[in-house]
Design a protein around this ligand. Structure first.
Ligand code: ADP
Length: 489
């Protein structure tokens, strides 16, 4: 006997064993084991995340597991025990097919969940409708079958017309998700094709059974044994997809946790940095005050008359001291605002006057920049005058810095808000940088090559003050730059 003959003999003995009740029991038992493991896997994940699609998947696999459990129990009674159950034999395929088709409807629908993710109700309706129709058809076919079996219990079930119809119905149930996946490949994500292949493989079993019935009257044992593993293989494929999806999720979760940790750490570092900067600034206030005092004394010739060169040096030191002093005031101001230590003192304020008194008006005039104040002279808004003045000073000083010829200030009324608009005809700001403007120390362009002097704190202060008023501020830029402060009425 050569190896090939041996293989044929083994194949035939497996074939004939699989056709016995013992073989059926083995198959059902292996399937039961597999479905239980998969159901357990999904159930434990569902317990953790309570995600809807996992629920559907869990119910689908659980239905298949229950089908196989019932069939395993029945077959083990037949094989190992109660001989009387033998009379059940002709009815078993009827029960098995009923449970299997029902479970398949749930399972197929659970895999196309991504298509319905945003309209779960539609999925529920689809499952209910499909289940209802299919169950009615199954019941009618099975009723006929039951009558036939009761009259002729010895007839081979595979030659029954009802069996053929139920297998055809199975093909239809399995085809439905393939159709859905094909027309929604994008929504299904990267595993869509894998799921489709699994469904196609699952269809081979009922298709082979149909061929068996149509061409061999259901008598071909070879086709019968050939058919069986495909449902099993397809379940392995489904298990693989489910497993890969769970792994993907676990990876994403881990990455998310890492990112969160990093964020918290950086946030803490940022806070420490802010505290450090504000402490240092606080400490710098005293020496700067003495520097200013001595500079004033020098100017007043309290230490004797200064020569021209000495006077020039003193004015440079004075200018830089003022800049330093402004920087420190800005830092401390911002750190107080950020720590939410500042309280608003709201008053009804004439905005026209508040803007008009601005010292940058003079500066604009010196630069030859025209100011167009479109605010009505009697316009009153409820704001904290000191803080709101700061908002205008900061927006205004920027506008003066960058404007070519004209700055315009206006107020627009919305349904529930006022928009305060400061607009200039300067070089404008690139779109992608607009959002960052309000970050601390952010300055457009390279700091070192910047000709305009500044700290990058002005707009951060503006944002904080506006938010303290429950408002919002943003910038737009087409030709020049336009800052809009929106306050609730
Ligand atoms: P500073 O003006 O002290 O640098 P700001 O926070 O007030 O800080 O502004 C941040 C940056 O936004 C500025 O450095 C500048 O690059 C840009 N910017 C602000 N206002 C304008 C404007 N009206 N036109 C063009 N760029 C502006």
């Amino acid at each position: 006997m050569n190896a090939f003959e041996l293989l044929i003999i083994i194949y035939h003995s497996i074939n004939s064993f699989m056709a016995t009740d013992g073989g059926e029991l083995l198959k059902k038992f292996v399937e039961l084991f597999l479905f239980t493991v998969v159901t357990y896997m999904i159930a434990s994940e569902y317990g953790r995340s309570k995600e809807r699609h996992l629920k559907y998947l869990m119910i689908g696999f659980a239905a298949l597991a229950i089908d196989k459990l019932i069939m395993s129990l029945v077959f083990s009674s037949i094989v190992f025990g109660d001989v009387r159950l033998f009379i059940l034999n002709p009815f078993l395929p009827i029960l098995d097919l009923f449970l299997e088709i029902f479970a398949l409807i749930l399972l197929t629908n659970s895999f196309i969940y991504p298509i319905f993710a945003d309209k779960v109700d539609a999925l529920k309706r689809k499952i209910t409708r499909e289940t209802f129709i299919v169950i009615i058809i199954v019941l009618i076919i099975e009723a006929f079958w039951l009558v036939r079996v009761t009259h002729e219990p010895t007839a081979a079930f595979r030659s029954e017309l009802s069996y053929l119809f139920l297998e055809l119905l199975k093909i239809m149930v399995l085809y439905s998700p393939i159709f859905y996946i094909l027309s929604n490949l994008k929504k299904m994500g990267k595993y869509g094709p894998h799921i489709m292949i699994a469904f196609i493989v699952a269809m081979i079993t009922p298709a082979t059974n149909v061929i068996n019935v149509v061409f061999f009257g259901g008598a071909s044992n070879n086709l019968r044994v050939f058919a069986h593993p495909f449902l099993f293989i397809s379940v392995l494929l489904f298990t693989r997809v489910t497993y890969l999806k769970l792994v993907d999720k676990a990876t994403i979760k881990r990455e998310l946790a890492e990112t969160k940790e990093k964020y918290v750490r950086e946030h803490e570092l940022g806070k420490m940095k802010d505290e450090f900067v504000s402490t240092v600034s606080h400490e710098l206030r005293t020496p700067i005050t003495s520097m200013k005092l001595y500079l004033a004394l020098l100017r007043q010739k309290k230490f004797g008359a200064l020569k021209k060169k000495q006077q020039d040096a003193v004015s440079i030191v004075e200018k830089e001291t003022n800049r330093l002093s402004k920087l420190i005031a800005d830092i401390l101001n911002l750190s107080r605002l950020e720590a939410k230590k500042t309280k608003l003192k709201l008053e009804n304020v004439n905005i026209y006057k508040l803007v008009k008194n601005n010292l940058y008006y003079n500066l604009a005039e010196q630069k030859g920049v025209e100011i167009e104040n479109n605010i009505s002279k009697k316009f009153i808004a409820t704001v904290d005058p000191e803080k709101f003045k700061q908002v205008f000073i900061n927006l205004f000083s920027n506008a003066v810095n960058y404007a070519r010829r004209k700055i315009s200030i206006s107020v627009k009324e919305g349904v529930n808000h006022w928009d305060f608009i400061v607009e200039d005809d300067g070089p404008g700001i690139e779109k992608e940088k607009l959002e960052k403007l309000f970050d601390k120390f952010y300055r457009v362009g390279d700091y070192l090559t910047k000709d305009k002097k500044g700290t990058g704190l002005g707009l951060a202060i503006v944002k904080n003050i506006v938010e303290l008023h429950n408002g919002e501020v943003w910038a737009e830029s087409k030709k020049g730059t336009r800052f809009i402060v929106r306050l609730p009425k």
